[in-house]
Ligand binder design. Structure first.
Ligand code: AMP
Ligand code: MN
Ligand code: MN
Ligand code: MN
Length: 277
């Protein structure tokens, strides 16, 4: 679906374009419907919506919530949310506070491995945005520890490597409730990226459905073609709606580019089908 992109990031979290720049970029790539889905924050939505009016794009309010499920991290995207919903605002605020506390532990662990001042370094890249591993990754690139952000995640910030600390995010049921209570649709983000094995993955999808999850992001800029096909099949057999998104983070870093996603097959239900035009 080159014209629909329901997963992207701005400088509000770990993207490198401002919300307005991101919308301009989407327009330049021929995208006609776009969602901004920053990690654990909705602060960019108003600016993005304003620019979407200027550019003549259909804009969807979104967010990407970090969740701990059975000790593993997964991501749940909320689409068509009311960003002022009290439960969502409160839940996301707690997530952001816990990110600050996690960042301090990450910096302390990097210091134990001889890398000093990583907290200030990471905040230098985050600015006022939601702090995350990507900002530590950019700092490590700036010190010359790795060539680019992608390679940082092979040697740092992941389980067993310097800068990794365990963390407890929101529970899946809570995250889905914040989204649903905000009038939104809960989407299991980039399912192909979780390294879980078939049984665990099927358990996850069943539990996601049980707590009110309605859609799979079967088509993702971070998936291979095989992953897209596999999760389209799951969407058909498990009767999930389907979302599609690039997970664009800006020109230098991250996953897919905008305006390059494959089309949805005709026999799955797009998550946007019931939305007002
Ligand atoms: P956090 O939510 O702070 O733990 O950071 C997660 C973010 O780190 C993801 O949304 C990506 O932007 C980035 N990230 C994680 N793994 C990788 C990777 N292998 N390559 C590039 N970016 C990654
Ligand atoms: Mn990210
Ligand atoms: Mn994600
Ligand atoms: Mn994302």
């Amino acid at each position: 679906m080159p014209g629909v992109d329901l997963h992207s990031h701005s400088t509000i979290s770990d993207g490198s374009l401002t919300p307005a720049q991101l919308i301009q970029y989407a327009a330049s790539k021929g995208v006609s419907m776009v969602a901004l889905t920053d990690h654990d924050d909705v602060a960019g939505l108003a600016e993005a919506a304003r620019e979407a009016l200027v550019q003549g794009l259909c804009f969807v309010n979104g967010v990407e919530v970090s969740v701990t499920w059975k000790g593993r991290t997964i991501h749940v995207v909320g689409l068509a949310i009311d960003p002022e919903s009290a439960g969502l605002v409160d839940g996301l605020s707690r997530q952001r506070h816990s990110r600050v506390e996690r960042a301090e532990r990450m910096a302390a662990d990097l210091a134990r491995h001889g890398i000093q001042d990583a907290l200030a370094g990471a905040y230098g890249f985050a600015g006022d945005g939601v702090i995350g591993r990507t900002h530590f990754a950019r700092f490590l690139v700036s010190l010359g520890h790795s060539r680019d952000v992608r390679s940082v995640f092979r040697r740092f910030l992941v389980r067993g490597k310097p800068g990794y600390v365990p963390h407890k995010w929101a529970e899946m049921g809570a995250a889905v409730s914040w989204i649903r209570d905000a009038g939104g649709v809960a989407v299991l983000a980039h399912p192909g990226r979780y390294d879980f094995g078939r049984v665990t993955m099927e358990t996850l999808m069943a539990e996601f459905r049980d707590v009110g999850g309605e859609a799979l992001e079967a088509i993702s800029g971070s998936h291979t073609r095989e992953m897209n096909e596999r999760y389209l099949r799951y969407a058909r057999t498990l009767d999930f709606k389907v979302s599609c998104g690039s997970d664009y983070h800006g020109p230098i870093q991250g996953y897919g580019d905008m305006g390059r996603l494959p089309e949805l097959p005709a026999d799955v239900a797009p998550v946007w089908r019931d939305w007002p035009a």
